[in-house]
Design a protein around this ligand. Structure first.
Ligand SMILES: C[S@@+](CC[C@H](N)C(=O)[O-])C[C@H]1O[C@@H](n2cnc3c(N)ncnc32)[C@H](O)[C@@H]1O
Length: 417
């Protein structure tokens, strides 16, 4: 199998249609961005190829790409996610909206903007984001605080109208910010964005456009459904009843990407985070997190011999931990813990699968101090050891210009012995 994978890899190219960039144009899938979101196109292809399998599950929901696609195909899907903000977003994206929900949201948008224009509303408190003026120039910040106050004033908590306006608000706050999303993770643009005209007028136009975009997506209700459940993918049998026959997911990659870091502007504004300590705790609870407190915890973390171990991984861990690598010991712990967590997840997953269920893990490999970590091979090995059959590894695309960084579809079939 390795030679075939190698040959397929050499013909690979970078494919924008296999990344989140493709999602930006596609209705509800484009509502909010998460850099590591995978492409709707991959999911659509896998769903189409798995005809007859209709109970779809994604243990790592993210922005609910799998759940929403499955629901649009008329399937009954479920997805789990550890981050409450993403659970909220996934529920918003997969919900059914009536015509009156949409008309009421449009009306609520106009009332909110008129309150902002006349300053007939108290602004919400500034969200406790570190160094907030790096994110938004003061006039944009003032506008966002008024707008958030107005949305809270004109809609009921938990209503469809509030949810839809909050999604649009999230789009606007990124449009108005200095954040740049042209790298793997979010960074800041060189210059502060200054709006050319009256901030109130320009930003109102922007918000109205964002509301229109969100409502266009909301009008397209899926014919199927998706349950978006808050929970830890290492505990699946405790959270869900079984019977799934198709799993399509992209788990966190072993590349030190922090989803909390990416999502913090939305999370602080919508009240899902209140301080940096909670952000670090959530990152530690998530698989693959190394932000804030997670870094110091990893230094003290000890491997558990009962979990996944194999010689190839041990050699790689030794290479990463080499004394010449400044943070080698920490990063070796990071990688070892990552595979222990994924092992725990896969073990539990077996209990909620139907016989002959097909699973697809879209994973990327990574490098640490020049040591290549063939994540796809370890997924294939773990699935085999856990009793899955028909293991396949298919390269999908190059992740960037570095030739060794590739995304794969690791697939398998579950058979109870
Ligand atoms: C690569 S992202 C998924 C992206 C998703 N496919 C999409 O298209 O948006 C991985 C997700 O797994 C979540 N996650 C991390 N650890 C988790 C855990 N223990 N249980 C459930 N979800 C977890 C992260 O919060 C993140 O949203």
């Amino acid at each position: 199998m390795r030679a075939a994978v190698k040959a397929a890899r050499s013909n690979l190219r970078q494919r924008a249609d296999y990344t989140h960039k493709y999602n930006l144009r596609t209705g509800r899938h484009g509502w909010l961005r998460l850099t590591p979101a995978y492409s709707v196109k991959i999911v659509e292809e896998l769903i189409a190829a798995a005809e007859g399998r209709e109970r779809v599950f994604d243990p790592f929901c993210g922005t609910a790409t799998t759940g929403l696609s499955a629901a649009y195909h008329g399937h009954t899907a479920a997805t789990t996610e550890i981050n409450r903000f993403l659970v909220w977003l996934g529920q918003a994206k997969t919900a059914h909206y009536s015509r009156s929900n949409i008309a009421d949201t449009r009306d609520a948008c106009e009332v909110a903007l008129s309150l902002v224009k006349r300053e007939k509303i108290s602004p919400v408190a500034e969200p406790p984001i570190h160094n907030i003026n790096r994110w938004w120039p003061s006039r944009s910040l003032a506008f966002l605080r008024l707008l958030k106050g107005a949305i809270d004033e004109v809609t009921k908590g938990g209503s469809a109208e509030r949810t839809l306006l909050q999604v649009a608000f999230c789009r606007t706050l990124i449009d108005l910010s200095n954040a740049a999303f042209n790298h793997q993770s979010m960074s800041f643009k060189g210059e502060t964005k200054q709006l050319s005209l009256d901030i109130g007028l320009d930003a109102a136009v922007l918000f109205r456009q964002d509301v229109d975009f969100v409502l266009n997506g909301a009008e397209e209700n899926p014919s199927g459904s998706c349950a978006v459940i808050e929970g830890d993918a290492r505990d699946l049998p405790k959270i869900l009843k079984g019977g799934f026959d198709l799993v399509i997911t992209s788990p966190p990659y072993a590349n030190r990407m922090s989803y909390i870091r990416e999502l913090r502007p939305y999370m602080y504004w919508l009240g899902f985070l209140e301080n940096g300590r909670d952000a670090g705790e959530l990152d530690w609870a998530s698989i693959g997190g190394t932000w804030g407190v997670a870094t110091s915890r990893l230094t003290e973390w000890k491997p558990n011999g009962d979990k996944y171990r194999c010689n190839a991984l041990r050699d790689i861990l030794e290479g990463i931990a080499h004394k010449d690598n400044a943070n080698g010991a920490l990063l070796a712990n990071y990688v070892a813990k990552y595979f222990e967590d994924i092992w725990e997840h896969l073990k539990g997953l077996r209990n909620i699968l139907a016989e002959d269920a097909s699973v697809h893990y879209i994973v990327g490999n990574s490098t640490f101090y020049g040591v290549v970590l063939p994540v796809h091979e370890f997924y294939a090995d773990m699935l085999r050891r856990l009793g899955f059959v028909d293991i396949g590894v298919r390269p999908l695309r190059k992740r960037n210009s570095k030739k060794e960084l590739v995304e794969f579809d690791v697939s398998a079939v579950w058979k109870r012995i």
